[in-house]
Design a protein around this ligand. Structure first.
Ligand SMILES: *Cc1c(COP(=O)(O)O)cnc(C)c1O
Length: 374
């Protein structure tokens, strides 16, 4: 059996070990130290954003963002339904209620019209949403202008979940920098990794200072341990940040590699009418974290058939994210849906997209998919 071809596996560069070794050599192995400072700085420079807090995960970053926006028990928070559970679980940690909004077909992200419908519905119920979690799924920017206009009109603060979209751009500007706060993830399967980690970014310095404070158990300044509020243990370690520092240096190469893989799939499968790809609309730049395809159900070929066939050659593929409004755990949650994300879930497949995928295995994946449609 050939080595497993993963959907998205870690791809380390030259300098990660050096920075980790430095942390050992200087005994900076706790959640403070030069790697954290340098990692945060490199993210700020890369995204052209003011301030960055490196955290233990993207989920932790969303949790802290919601806390800082004052989300409490009984509040409602809007969230794209078509996403990974990490986007919305923190809403529930706070005893608040997620309200799921379906997708539009161009970018697969939150549908602005449905979003406005949801806002109006909640206001009519006396439950004005406290925040919107705006997800950029698979690295593709959402319809940001439209969404931000509605959010501004109803005075709803936006947290951008750019966990999958580090390096993606909308009208030249980095995703994660449009909302009041933005979130990145450095989990092992993301475009770059710290083995596990995340970041909260903002142009508002006091929000990021407060995130750092909350992430280190909300310790008030005093020689002893003094606490006036509840804190969390959410800081990234200086060891992990060393990995992140090296990864930031190769981020643009990783994006270029993923985009090249996307282009290869698209070019070599374009003659198959029953397979479609998502294009970048004008002004959009996707990091192409994962290449996704849609398969016309009229072809009689299901994504599951392809997945099982690839699995036999030790090639990993995966259905698209199952929408949150279809998840058993959220069966009672409010939702405004149009069937788009459900249809995407039923007809889509994520293909191996890692920047270190061996070329011959990508070629093999393409040939196998072609063979099904012959
Ligand atoms: C990965 C991911 C998260 C959570 O990030 P972690 O670092 O794994 O906690 C949140 N939202 C989306 C869309 C993700 O893909």
């Amino acid at each position: 059996m050939p080595n497993r071809l993963y959907l998205s596996s870690p791809h380390l560069g030259e300098n990660e070990q050096k920075y980790v070794q430095e942390a050992f050599d200087t005994n900076w192995v706790s959640p403070v130290g030069p790697n954290i400072d340098a990692f945060e700085k490199s993210i700020a420079v890369y995204a052209d954003t003011g301030f960055v807090a490196a955290l233990s995960s993207g989920t932790a970053a969303i949790h802290l963002a919601l806390i800082m926006l004052g989300v409490e028990r009984g509040d409602t928070v809007l969230c794209s339904s078509f996403t990974f559970a990490g986007s919305c679980n923190p809403i529930v940690y706070l005893g608040a209620e997620p309200v799921f909004v379906d997708s539009e077909t161009a970018t697969w992200n939150i549908d602005p019209e449905l979003m406005e419908e949801a806002v109006k519905m909640l206001i009519a119920e006396g439950k004005r949403p406290k925040a919107l979690i705006l997800v950029h799924l698979y690295g593709m920017p959402a319809m940001i202008n439209e969404v931000m206009e509605i959010a501004a009109r109803y005075e709803i603060p936006v947290i951008e979940d750019a966990a999958e979209a580090l390096g993606s751009r909308y009208q030249e500007r980095a995703l994660g920098t449009f909302g009041v706060m933005g979130v990145y993830s450095f989990n092992g399967n993301k475009i770059i990794t710290t083995s596990g980690g995340g970041a909260l970014v903002s142009d508002n310095e006091s929000l990021i200072n407060r995130a750092r404070f909350l992430a280190t158990q909300a310790r008030d300044p005093a020689p002893h341990y003094e606490h006036t509020q509840i804190g969390y243990n959410y800081r990234l370690s200086n060891i992990s940040a060393g990995i992140g520092r090296g990864q930031m240096e190769v981020l643009d190469e990783r994006i270029a590699a993923r985009r090249a893989i996307f282009r290869q799939y698209q070019e070599e499968l374009q003659d198959i009418e029953d397979i479609t790809f998502t294009e970048e609309p004008e002004g959009y730049f996707s990091n192409r974290w994962l290449t996704t395809i849609l398969i016309n159900p009229k072809s009689g070929i299901t994504p599951e058939k392809i997945r099982i066939m690839l699995e036999e050659e030790n090639i990993e593929s995966r259905p698209l994210w199952k929408p949150m409004h279809l998840q058993p755990v959220f069966k009672d949650a409010k939702k405004v849906v149009n069937g788009v994300s459900e249809s995407l879930f039923n007809t889509g497949l994520c293909l191996p997209s890692g920047s270190n995928s061996p070329q011959d295995r990508i070629n093999q994946t393409i040939e196998m998919i072609k063979s099904v449609f012959k």
